[in-house]
Design a protein around this ligand. Sequence first.
Ligand code: N01
Length: 602
Amino acid sequence: MSIPRLSELSARLGADLDGVRERYRAERERRVRTDTSTRYRRAEGEWGYYAADPYVESGFTREPLTDRVDAVVVGGGFGGLLAGARLRQAGLERIRIVEKAGDFGGTWYWNRYPGIHCDIESYVYLPLLEEVGYMPRWKYAPGEEIRQHAMAIGRTFDLYTDALFQTGVRELRWDDGEWIVRTDRDDEVRATYVVVSNGTLDHAKLPRIPGIEDFAGHTFHTSRWDYGYTGGDPGGGLAGLADKRVAVIGTGATGIQVVPAVARDAEHLYVFQRTPSTVDVRDNRPTDPEWAASLGPGWHTRRRENFQAVVTGHATDEDLVADAWTASGQVLGKIISTDAHDDVDPDEWEQIEEFLDLEKMAEIRARVDRVVDDPATAELLKPWYRYACKRPTFSDEYLQAFNRPNVTLVDTADHGGVERMTERAIVVGGAEYPVDCVIFATGFEVGMSDVMTGRLPVYGRDGTNLLQSWAVAGPRTLHGFTSNGFPNLFHLGSLQNAPSVNFTHVLDEQAIHVAEMIAEARRRGVKSIEPTVEAETSWAETIGRTSPDREWFDAECTPGYYNNEGRPRGPRQTYGPGPGPFQRLLREWRSGDGIEEVLRGG
Ligand code: N01
């Protein structure tokens, strides 16, 4: 993909750049919140019922376990499953995944709302397809198919045998050369290695809407869909809503998928929007059996590497996925770090990117006009911000839902969101909308693992508390995985690492890296995997030097979780060149002298 020249772009667009910038600024101002710290509450304590597991019977009990395994993996989502699978391939025998849900699947276990699909192509999103021998049935898989695949990984790699479900890890403590893993069921499991992969979209957020506790109708969060109330299943058929007035609050990636399903079955649906999402083309289709049969070994790795290269703006001759994500590769640079344009003058690239962004956003808004019949509703659904300010979304049903007579869009931007709830209604701008049911599509605490929030305390050598040891100078890791003083403990996730939009790919590369470090240590009879302080310092410098400065960009975006609700958040702590170069760096480190640094203590 070649980069268009600036002169070509400005001629092509003839855009009123200042006018658009001014409009973006004005739309942002409408949404800036001054009291952001109090806008959300966690679904815990007296709000804990919003987080209760609807998929298991309550009252499950079992005897506490006291035993010893090779590895404990904290979390049974794709990160934990990939860690388990790669450790199994590395020859570990006793692998215990500890998961607070009733089964594997992570986000796909919890999120079963109607309409749920993965918006990344299934052939690159679902991991271990060749190993499990599975071909997804759709280009964009429904959530249940993804959950089933997670369970199939568990079976294929024999991860059920030692798994503990409905169990939360409470503490990790290094003791005499191994980890003691304590859980909320009083287990005390000793493990040589611990891998922490407890997710970043785990804790549901509820807005602090005044009067929320007065509402006497039915409410739930999308990540705990109440099919007992709505009827139906993730495929739809919500017969229980036929005589109900329903409110959906939130129009992010979840709201976009939920709204069409509820619109089909509810007597009336009110969609409460604060910021419209970008809604791009979906074009889902069943898997072509001939294409599937034509794929040779290694196709999955090739395809997901190609996807990663294209969405990070790296010129490639082919775009295998060819969808709305890859078409936007050149304007995703503010979401996924990349070194793809390092050979262009940075100021010139900023201008080129802004023009490309402008073009993309104009296309997104033109689609709203084409699809939505009522011009006033269409106007409200148009996003006015730069593409990478918010998580892009994709749907061929969402905008169409607003053409139905039983669907009303209620814009809340001028009121900082839903203003108030009463016993029977939602209030915005003084107008009351009586409803029977309120569905919160208000998202999750994002980007914070339980280790980083302190929910999961970790004590290393000499009882040092991991979070406290990072309190002064910030996180200290080698490549985001390991820390001095915390031997044989590995983190998966985004910290001091290189995230991307296809997160299962990122997690798999991380799981492979951890498993290969452990395999090498075992080959050499080395007991302890732990970086030196010097290696951590050097990595912190690399992160500090390369981590992208997005403060100015974030400051111009509408508030949302991508820009920390509009508050400055300091350096991003990611590896600037991006996921491809990071994965290459890890491979070279493993095959070169680098790995010597962490293998100590034989
Ligand atoms: O959550 P969100 P989500 N009054 O935080 C609104 C992943 N995901 O569950 O934008 C009115 O994005 C809020 O408004 P605003 C993906 O990574 C993936 O939708 O802040 N509205 C926003 O519209 C995604 O990014 C898939 O102005 C209020 C919404 O609630 C992440 O999950 C599918 C409000 C929250 O949106 C989270 O997405 C689905 C109030 N008081 C999700 N408070 C895939 O397919 C909040 N809002 C891979």
